[in-house]
Ligand binder design. Structure first.
Ligand SMILES: N[C@@H](CCC(=O)N[C@@H](CS)C(=O)NCC(=O)O)C(=O)O
Length: 266
C-alpha cells in the first residue's frame, strides 16, 4: 500500500467514529460552545454530561491519568474533545478542528483564508464575552469562592458592564455592518459559521448574567444587527430543538451566573 493509501486508511479508521465531548456535568459552561457546533451540524457525539458517571471520565483527564498514549499531550482543563485517537483541549482549538469538518466555515476552495477570519471572530467573542464575564465573579483567583472576592467582583462588574460589554457588542455590530459580513444575518460572508454559534452562546449567557444591562443595550437600538443574529441562530431548526430539549443544561454556578448585585443597568 502506498504511504498515501495508508494515511487515508488510518484517517478513516481513526476518525470514522462519534465525537466525544468531555466536560463537567451540570453546567453549560465552555462545553456549550462545542455542543452548539455539534448540534447545528447534526453530528453524532457522546457527552460526559449526559452519561452516568461521566464526571469520572473528566476527572481522569484532569488528574492526568488520561490520555495515556504517545501522541496526545496531557490536558490542562476541559472542555476536551476526543475523536478517534485524537485528544485536544482549549475551546477555540476544538472549534478550529470541528469547524471545517462540520461545514461551519466556508470551504477552502471558495475562500482559502476564511478559517482565520472566522477564528478571529470566535476568539474575540470568547475573550470579551466569555472570559471577561467569568473574571467578573472570579476577579482575584479561580481557586477562591466568589464570596471571598465579592468586593473586587463588584468593582470588576461596574467596569465590565459600563465599558467592556458595550465595547465588545459595538465591535460585533461593526462586523455585522461591514462588507465582509455579506448579506446577513451572520458575521462572515453571509453564511453561518461556528463564530455565530459562539456569539449566540455568549449573548445568551450575558442575558442570563446581566439581564438589566442587556435589556437596556437591546432597547437602545445601537446593536440591532447583533440581536437579530441572536434571534436568527436561536431559530435555526436544530438549535431551536436542542435549546428546548433535555440536553440543554440550565445556567447555575458556571461561567455565566446570576447574582442580584451584578444586575445593574450600566
Ligand atoms: N482557555 C481554556 C479554559 C479552560 C477552563 O478554564 N476550563 C474550566 C472549566 S470551563 C476548568 O475546569 N478550569 C480548571 C482550571 O482552570 O484550573 C478554554 O477556553 O478551554
Amino acid at each position: 500500500m502506498s504511504s498515501e493509501g495508508a494515511a487515508a486508511k488510518r484517517q478513516r479508521s481513526n476518525k470514522d467514529v462519534p465525537y466525544n465531548l468531555i466536560y463537567w456535568p451540570g453546567i453549560p459552561g465552555r462545553g456549550e460552545f462545542i455542543r452548539l457546533t455539534l448540534e447545528e451540524a447534526g453530528a453524532e457525539y457522546v457527552d460526559t454530561a449526559q452519561v452516568e458517571g461521566g464526571v469520572d471520565e473528566v476527572m481522569a483527564y484532569v488528574k492526568g491519568e488520561k490520555p495515556d498514549d504517545k501522541t496526545n499531550p496531557p490536558i490542562f482543563a476541559p472542555p476536551i474533545l476526543k475523536h478517534g485517537d485524537l485528544v485536544i483541549s482549549q475551546t477555540p482549538n476544538i472549534l478550529l478542528y470541528l469547524g471545517p469538518r462540520l461545514g461551519l466555515v466556508p470551504g477552502v476552495e471558495d475562500d482559502p483564508d476564511a478559517l482565520y477570519k472566522v477564528n478571529e471572530l470566535a476568539l474575540t467573542a470568547l475573550d470579551g464575552l466569555s472570559n471577561e464575564p467569568h473574571d467578573c465573579h472570579h476577579p482575584i483567583a479561580s481557586e477562591l469562592y466568589y464570596e471571598d472576592q465579592k468586593e473586587e467582583a463588584k468593582r470588576k462588574v461596574e467596569h465590565y458592564v459600563k465599558t467592556r460589554l458595550p465595547k465588545f457588542l459595538g465591535y460585533f455590530e461593526r462586523v455585522l455592518n461591514s462588507k465582509a459580513s455579506g448579506e446577513g444575518p451572520y458575521l462572515y460572508a453571509g453564511k453561518l459559521s461556528y463564530a455565530d454559534l459562539v456569539l449566540f452562546q455568549c449573548l445568551d449567557g450575558l442575558k442570563f448574567m446581566f439581564p438589566k444591562a442587556m435589556a437596556k443595550l437591546n432597547k437602545e437600538g445601537k446593536h440591532s444587527k447583533l440581536f437579530e443574529l441572536y434571534d436568527a441562530v436561536g431559530q435555526r431548526p436544530k438549535i431551536k430543538e436542542y435549546l428546548g430539549g433535555p440536553r440543554r443544561q440550565k445556567y447555575s454556578s458556571g461561567l455565566y451566573r446570576y447574582y442580584e448585585e451584578f444586575d445593574i443597568e450600566g
